[in-house]
Design a protein around this ligand. Structure first.
Ligand SMILES: CC(C)(COP(=O)(O)OP(=O)(O)OC[C@H]1O[C@@H](n2cnc3c(N)ncnc32)[C@H](O)[C@@H]1OP(=O)(O)O)[C@@H](O)C(=O)NCCC(=O)NCCS
Length: 281
């Protein structure tokens, strides 16, 4: 750009006046700089897609993540965003109001592209350009991909970053990634049913976060989100005591899907819990 400016400046000077000794002097000084090759900023590399360690889906599902620092790098670099977002996604990004929403949205989209790239690598045998895997929202807010052969997938974001889980073989999928935070007993009662909490002691923050994450993952699998009460999904703290039981609006939706078996996979560390709900075994 600077080079073009120099050339334009010189041409306009030369066209306005006849050559004189000053201009010949000027030309002799700046000509060497005009012949310097134009430098373009190097295109940033698209990060290699990675899954969430400890949450292996085997034949059932595949995960993709975008850690928070990667989302922050995306938010700071328009060039990097151009590498992974489609035109429509880039325009949508510009409409998001707060820094937090922009970061969450980017983390979720980057995680979705990671999961979908890994999915297509496995099913098609080759890599796809992340910008061609356009992810939009359906009327309920759930994610959909522009490719007709894309699997069902689910997005979640928390302080650790974005997570996306894609299902194999036509499975329905719901995912939730939650930071472990203390929840009061009063709040816990709002989203739990009798029998889901221990009676002889307080449930720990980790137990409550696990319970919440399972319910939210199941509600996303059903395509309902929090439009439906989490109390309509009955899980138990001991995950061995599956399957999930459905009530109210969740039951109606589950039955409309043919009452599929819903399985849960989960991983947690001291800071966060990730839960995946998927149909089939
Ligand atoms: C789905 C929902 C529970 C997620 O809440 P959250 O804990 O803030 O967010 P998470 O990070 O775990 O998940 C967010 C992602 O869930 C997905 N999602 C949203 N609505 C969904 C639905 N109905 N079904 C499946 N997935 C949904 C989206 O991909 C969203 O990320 P994105 O908007 O960046 O693409 C919530 O957004 C919701 O219920 N939305 C429906 C609208 C509604 O009725 N809200 C009432 C709130 S009390």
């Amino acid at each position: 750009m600077v080079q073009y400016y120099r050339i334009a400046l010189l041409m306009s000077t030369l066209s306005r006046n006849a050559f004189n000794c000053h201009e010949i002097l000027l030309l002799s000084i700046i000509w060497p700089t005009l012949s310097v090759p134009i430098e373009h900023p190097a295109l940033p590399a698209v990060p290699e897609p990675a899954g969430l360690p400890g949450l292996e889906g085997g034949e059932a599902f595949i995960t993709g993540i975008c850690p928070r620092d990667q989302a922050a790098a995306l938010s700071a670099s328009q060039l990097l965003r151009q590498r992974i977002l489609s035109q429509v996604e880039a325009e949508h990004y510009r409409t998001l109001r707060t820094d937090k929403r922009r970061l969450d949205w980017l983390a979720g989209r980057a995680a979705a592209k990671a999961a979908l790239r890994l999915y297509f690598r496995k099913t098609l045998g080759h890599d796809l350009d992340p910008a061609t895997l356009e992810v939009a929202a359906n009327a309920q807010g759930g994610p959909v991909c522009s490719r007709p052969d894309a699997p069902a997938f689910s997005i979640s974001h928390c302080a650790a970053g974005g997570l996306c889980v894609a299902g194999f073989s036509g499975r329905l999928i719901g995912a939730d990634w939650e930071t472990v935070t203390p929840r009061t007993r009063g709040l816990a009662r709002l989203f739990t049913r009798e029998g889901e909490l221990p009676v002889d002691r307080e449930a720990s923050p980790l137990e409550l976060t696990r319970l919440w994450a399972v319910k939210e993952a199941v509600l996303k699998l059903l395509g309902l989100g929090l439009a439906c009460s989490p109390r309509d999904v009955e899980a138990v703290l001991a995950l061995g005591a599956q399957p999930i039981r459905f009530h109210g609006a969740a039951r109606a939706r589950w039955e409309s899907l043919g009452s599929p078996r819903v399985s849960i996979a989960m991983t947690d560390d001291t800071d966060s819990v990730a839960a995946v709900a998927y149909t089939g075994d």
